[in-house]
Design a protein around this ligand. Sequence first.
Ligand code: ADP
Ligand code: MG
Length: 463
Amino acid sequence: MNLKEMLKFADNLVFASTGKHLNDLQETILRGTWEDKDYKEIAKAVNRSEDRVREVGMELWQILSQELGEKVSKSNFRSAMERVQNSNILNFAQNVSGSFNICGESRQPPDIPNGHPHNKETANSTQAKSCHQDLSEMPELGAFYARTSEFETLKTWILEQRCRLIALTGISGIGKTLLAVQLVQQIKDEFEYVIWCSLDASPNPTEFQDNLNQFFFQSEKLDSSATNQKPLSLIKHLQKHRCLVVADNLHNLFSSGELAGKYKSGYEEYRTLFKQIEKLSHQSCFLLVGWEQPREITPVKTTNSAIQTLQLTGLDAAAAREILRDYGLEESEYWETLIQRYQGNPLWLKSVATLMQELGEGVNELLPDDMILLPEDLKDVLHQQFSRLSESEKQVLSLLAQESPPINLAKLLENSLILLADLLNSLHSLSRRSLIEKQDGFYLISPVVRQYATIANNYPKSL
Ligand SMILES: Nc1ncnc2c1ncn2[C@@H]1O[C@H](COP(=O)(O)OP(=O)(O)O)[C@@H](O)[C@H]1O
Ligand SMILES: [Mg+2]
């Protein structure tokens, strides 16, 4: 939350409680408190007595405590506001149980049955162009390096081309979530409604849509003084308002032991939903993030399509170096090899950097060329992805790990017992999962995947 957002947020709360917006002195006190100034400094800046400033401050803390349902004082004001923003709970004392956040240049105050008169004139004259955000499930991640071109691509698709459905995929740890977080932070003000949904709990299609509808409906209720509004259907809402919906960890909707992107049983309705979002005319965007994407979403070459896919690859060398530096490692010639071996995957690099910190920086250099260090936490991450593979994918991957490159289709056919059709499907699926890459007719696997695939058979089946 920055200063501007804090002031808007506090103004909303004060309006909700008193029917009046923040006055100049109140605003100055909030600003000063945010900037860690004491009452004396604030009083001096506004040329008022310290007692008066303290008195108005006390009133403010009382109002905010009442509205937020927790004790707010000058000393905990900043942390209280940030906590509220993180949990995104705005309880306007109207039995609205929801988790959302309101901001925007002008907004209509919520209809609050708390005895305070509503300023109908203000309500009617401010054409609501509010933005409602529920980012309570959006993770907070650390430093963000590079990714300029991917960032710009996504931004162009969303803001300029107005894509309705975008899939952002890539192997675990490659940085999909962090990229999406950065994107949301930058573009959220372009939307009236922004919601981040983590699909970790595998919501079924009805639960997912109910969640969205509830967020939209409750937010809309706060926007409008009408008391008997009917909820809009999901698609109608996406048509009427500009909404951004991020669904992270999409792979939880798909079956394990099957080729990539096959819906779990009972989850097939998602296909209809995503098709509607792609095909029907509306002004909103769904960003789907995960290891796998639905099969019906295929990469498109045309630039003006309503649907796009981006398969994320590793960080460039400069960004990867920053990560190693963050771990306090000594710059070395070996870094280039290290970054290549771990394919610029930030999570893999972080994992191996931690181990190098513990075992000594030279540990990697001591390993033979065909061996790669796989820390236990990295094995666990890979295990989660490998355990989702179909039997035919496992066979193909283990074959690719055993054979010495270059490996083309003919060589694979020669050495495997898998039927051509199954082989092709498996290769296609592995490449959609970013576990293999096809270049000029040859199939490649990264050193980390190769190493893991060779030891995978000895790895515990369940963690
Ligand atoms: N561009 C980046 N710069 C710095 N660190 C990054 C970057 N992308 C990802 N990371 C870090 O790598 C780890 C994995 O990123 P995450 O976004 O969770 O990956 P994914 O969602 O693809 O599994 C996190 O610790 C994240 O902070
Ligand atoms: Mg993620």
